[in-house]
Design a protein around this ligand. Sequence first.
Ligand SMILES: NC(=O)c1ccc[n+]([C@@H]2O[C@H](COP(=O)([O-])OP(=O)(O)OC[C@H]3O[C@@H](n4cnc5c(N)ncnc54)[C@H](O)[C@@H]3O)[C@@H](O)[C@H]2O)c1
Ligand SMILES: O=C(O)C[C@H](O)C(=O)O
Length: 346
Amino acid sequence: MKVAVIGAAGGIGQPLSLLLKLSPLVDELTMYDLVNTPGIAADLNHIDTDAKVTGCLADEGFEGALQNADLVVIPAGIPRKPGMTRDDLFAINGGIISNIAENCAKSCPKAHILVISNPVNSTVAIFAEVFKKCGVYDPRRLYGVTTLDLVRANSFISELSGGKLQSKDLNVTVIGGHSGETIVPIFSHNSNSQLVSFYESLSMEQRDSLIHRVQFGGDEIVTAKKGQGSATLSMAYSGFRLAESLMKAIAGETNIIESAYIQLDQSIQGSTEVKSYIASKGLTDVEYISLPIKLGPRGVESIEFDILNHINENEEELLSTCLEQLKGNIAKGVDFVKGANATVQA
Ligand SMILES: NC(=O)c1ccc[n+]([C@@H]2O[C@H](COP(=O)([O-])OP(=O)(O)OC[C@H]3O[C@@H](n4cnc5c(N)ncnc54)[C@H](O)[C@@H]3O)[C@@H](O)[C@H]2O)c1
Ligand SMILES: O=C(O)C[C@H](O)C(=O)O
């Protein structure tokens, strides 16, 4: 298993690379960035685990980092400062992502790609459009990383319960996208009945404030870091969680369910049902969404869409708002590659 981290010297890239170096599932780890990766790789190689780490710099080109990669994890780009939205990162990070996509299309078109760089609601569409232009796109292998949202939902409801609900027993479903109102936590339906009972025992104000905290959890970190970036350690943990699950699925482990922001494509079981649900809300052109997915050796096998049949009225309203916003975010990403000002060459 060769894993490449692009943006590996950054706030997310370094701890994520550490977690990958510790994983017995990784044989080779390449760390690519504009700066500093040879030194960081040398440091990691002193850890007595078997993964071999190489640091690659931009002036050497992408090829050494990406060639034969099975998995590419991308936290390259700029993070938010207080007062910014994720969408404010679109122009810079959009260009970075389209360039990385062009190079992945050349060097590792069959790799599984995990996009962390914000705004995820748009950067995944940018990546997909570049791959389509290059004729190498397989929607089953492209994932926008939204895991941090459900990790937060688990932490926040556990905290609110005063420890009565333990995070280790929780797996809250969060659907939609990855920014503000596009993040829709589903607390009303869960296999953990204690969680649902606790949620139902909350007042409407407490429920609203819990949902708001999950939707805007990223802002808490941006504010607390006072201009020094956004979530990095919790993101590295979350990105590793998805990467590890995927590596297990590629290795043949079955019944692995995670959530990710993916394209609704006919090659993925359940896409038609999700599209019908979206159409029933009077919406079209919402081609990407984060939902629980079953992972297999070829990537996304199916969407576990049954959750959509169990959401309550309030969650349905939140989802309608989410879908409206997603539609615009996706169109902006697609237009970035296809539109009049597009700079990407096939
Ligand atoms: N999906 C999520 O849940 C989530 C969570 C947290 C942060 N993020 C996003 O992840 C991104 C990275 O955040 P961070 O805190 O690690 O930022 P950072 O600034 O600490 O690190 C980013 C790294 O990317 C590198 N980089 C920039 N342009 C590059 C290019 N063209 N090729 C290769 N590397 C390049 C930089 O040199 C830097 O080392 C941001 O866009 C942030 O908004 C997403
Ligand atoms: O908030 C951000 O900008 C970073 C990230 O998307 C997060 O959710 O923490």
